[in-house]
Every structure is written in C-alpha cells, then in structure tokens.
Design a protein around this ligand. Structure first.
Ligand SMILES: NC(=O)c1ccc[n+]([C@@H]2O[C@H](COP(=O)([O-])OP(=O)(O)OC[C@H]3O[C@@H](n4cnc5c(N)ncnc54)[C@H](OP(=O)(O)O)[C@@H]3O)[C@@H](O)[C@H]2O)c1
Length: 307
C-alpha cells in the first residue's frame, strides 16, 4: 500500500502543520497548491505539489488519483459575502468529493470543518461550514468519511489568536467576548495527532466530531488572559471592547473590504461568532471512536506558541 494522502490547504496554518506531522508519520503527501500560494515555509518538506485550486475539477482529479486518503483542510476563513464562502467551502467540497468517488479504489475522506458549523445561523462562514459537512455526507456514497469540528485552534504560525496573545504580552488584553461566554481551545499538535489516529483507524463511523483540549467547560476570556499573563509574568490591563464598538469596527471593515476588494476577518458575522455565549466542545464521540485524547494544556500550548 502506497500510503499516499491528498492534502488541501497545506500552505495555511493548520494544513502546514498537518503536512509535517503526516510526513513524519511516514505518509507521502501530494498537496494542492495555487500558483499564488506561499509555500516557502514548506520548501524543506517532501511534498509533491499539484497546481490547481478548489474551483478546478481537473486539478482535483490529479490530486486524488490513486491516493489512500484525502484530508481536506483548505477553506475560506475570511470574506465579505456568503457567496464567497459557499464557492470555496461548499462547492469546493462538492468537487473534491466528486473527484474522490470516481476513484477505482475509494480513498477515505476527512473534512476539516469547524465548530462554527454547530451554529450555522451566526455567520456566512458558519453556514458554509455546515453546508460543506452536509454536502460531504450526501455525496460520499460508500466512501469512509468524517468531519472534524475543531474549536479555535492556536499554535506557532497562527495569524488569528497570536496577535491577541502578543497584546497580552504587552500588558493589554482586549476582551472581545462577553464576561460569561465560555469557549474551548485546541493546540495545533493535538489536532494533528487526531488526524493521524483517524487515518490509522480501520473502520470508523461516518460522523461529525468535535475536538478541544479537554478542559471541562472550556474557558472564559478571563481564564485565558490570566494564563497568558502568568506566562508573561506581568500584570495585564483588561480592556473590554463594548459590543457596539466591535460592531461598528466590523461594519467599517466590511465596507472598506467591499470598496477595496480584500477579504476581511472582522465582519458583522465574525462579531456574532465572537460574542456567542457557548463554544464549549465535547471530545467524547471522537475519543470513543479512535481513542484520541488531547495532551497539551492551554499553559503548555501557549508556552510553545510564544516561544
Ligand atoms: N484556525 C482555526 O482556528 C480553525 C478552527 C476550526 C476550523 N478551521 C478550519 O481549518 C481549515 C484551515 O484553516 P487555517 O486557519 O489553516 O486557514 P488559513 O491559514 O487561511 O489556510 C487556508 C488554506 O486554504 C487554502 N485555500 C483557500 N481557498 C482555496 C481555494 N479556492 N483553492 C485551494 N486552496 C484554497 C489556502 O491556500 P493559499 O495559501 O493559496 O491561500 C490555505 O492553504 C479551514 O477549513 C478552517 O475553516 C480553522
């Protein structure tokens, strides 16, 4: 058996760590790459690059030819319109599954979805992640598949949470969510380990699995700031950003993105995600299915991230 994986999103934060850990575990990787992608940080790793994108079915057919498994990690995480998210996150999955089920020997298929899919009404991103899961489930046929729903993932190379941790290092902690909101977190290496275990596992139930670092009832903003402040060994000023101000900033950013044609992270939809009261996950289903247990606590994960 060739033990080859088709990987999408290998140039992104999560996908690049997945690529390294899969290679270390002995898998051969063929990874989808757009001509515009920055692959410099992966130059050292032995990846066979397949040029294309999720809009191009032919490139997806080349990507999945004769592979044992597909890990679909590419996704739009920033955008203005629902259409932009749907085109990449839903139609991209539909094309990739289409290419996969054409194979003579069916590969197994893992979709890196998101906990956001649990609350699809909150944002165009969340809607698209839920629809992506449904598209996979409907089109997979006899193919083994699963969708992972990680909560917020952090680690070296992350561009979303790292700025927040850096601000805390400077002594200022912007508090964007409400005081009583609870959310789970996951260190990137634990996600990579879960992917490896799922790939090694013989037969798995086709299902959607939540993943987090195992902290019961997750964290509040204060918990995270306290852990970061302890690591930075400094007092930190909690700067509460009122919801109307956050909404105003998101609205302005949204309009600027439309006018200047860039893909924004902070949008009204993202504010609804940030302000959502409960992003606490449950690992039970995945633990029972493949025996995965996260190893990295928030304190240890932050230490490694900030190193
Ligand atoms: N980060 C988190 O906390 C988190 C949590 C839960 C779930 N997720 C999910 O995990 C996945 C990866 O997230 P990330 O944080 O690693 O994002 P990221 O750093 O922005 O990486 C996104 C990846 O997707 C690729 N991509 C985007 N549009 C594409 C297209 N049309 N065709 C081909 N490739 C395309 C990008 O390629 P380029 O390099 O060419 O742009 C990049 O490799 C996403 O599906 C996201 O929904 C992330």
């Amino acid at each position: 058996m060739s033990r080859t994986i088709a990987l999408t999103g290998a140039t992104g934060f999560i996908g690049s760590i997945l690529a390294s850990s899969l290679i270390n575990a002995g898998w051969q990787i063929q990874a989808l790459v757009r001509p515009t992608s920055d692959r410099s940080h992966l130059r050292a790793t032995c990846v066979k690059w397949i040029e294309g994108n999720l809009e191009d079915l032919d490139s997806l057919r080349r990507l999945v030819r004769n592979v044992d498994a597909i890990v679909h990690c590419a996704g739009a995480v920033r955008g203005v319109s629902e259409k932009q998210f749907i085109q990449v996150n839903v139609e991209g999955v539909a094309r990739l599954v289409h290419a996969a089920v054409e194979q003579h020997s069916l590969p197994r298929f893992l979709l890196i979805s998101s906990l956001a899919a649990r609350e699809p009404h909150l944002s165009p991103y969340a809607t698209s992640k839920r629809q992506a899961e449904e598209t996979l489930a409907a089109a997979a046929g006899d193919m083994f598949w699963a969708a992972f729903r990680p909560c917020a993932v952090y680690g070296p190379g992350d561009r979303e949470l790292l700025p927040l941790f850096r601000w805390i290092g400077r002594g200022i902690a912007p508090v964007l969510g409400s005081e009583d909101a609870r959310f789970s977190l996951l260190y990137i290496d634990d996600l990579a380990e879960a992917v490896l275990l799922w790939l090694q596992h013989g037969s798995c139930k086709a299902s959607v699995f939540e993943l987090h670092d195992g902290q019961p009832n997750g964290y509040s903003w204060k918990d995270v700031i306290d852990v970061s402040a302890r690591l930075h060994a400094r007092r930190v000023l909690h700067l509460k950003v009122p919801e109307p101000m956050l909404r105003l900033l998101a609205g302005l950013n949204f309009m600027a993105a439309k006018a200047m044609n860039y893909r924004p992270m902070l949008t009204p939809g993202k504010v609804r995600e940030i302000r959502h009261a409960n992003w606490v996950c449950d690992n039970t289903a995945l633990n029972q299915e493949i025996g995965w247990r996260p190893q990295v606590s928030l304190e240890e994960g932050l230490r490694r991230t900030l190193r």
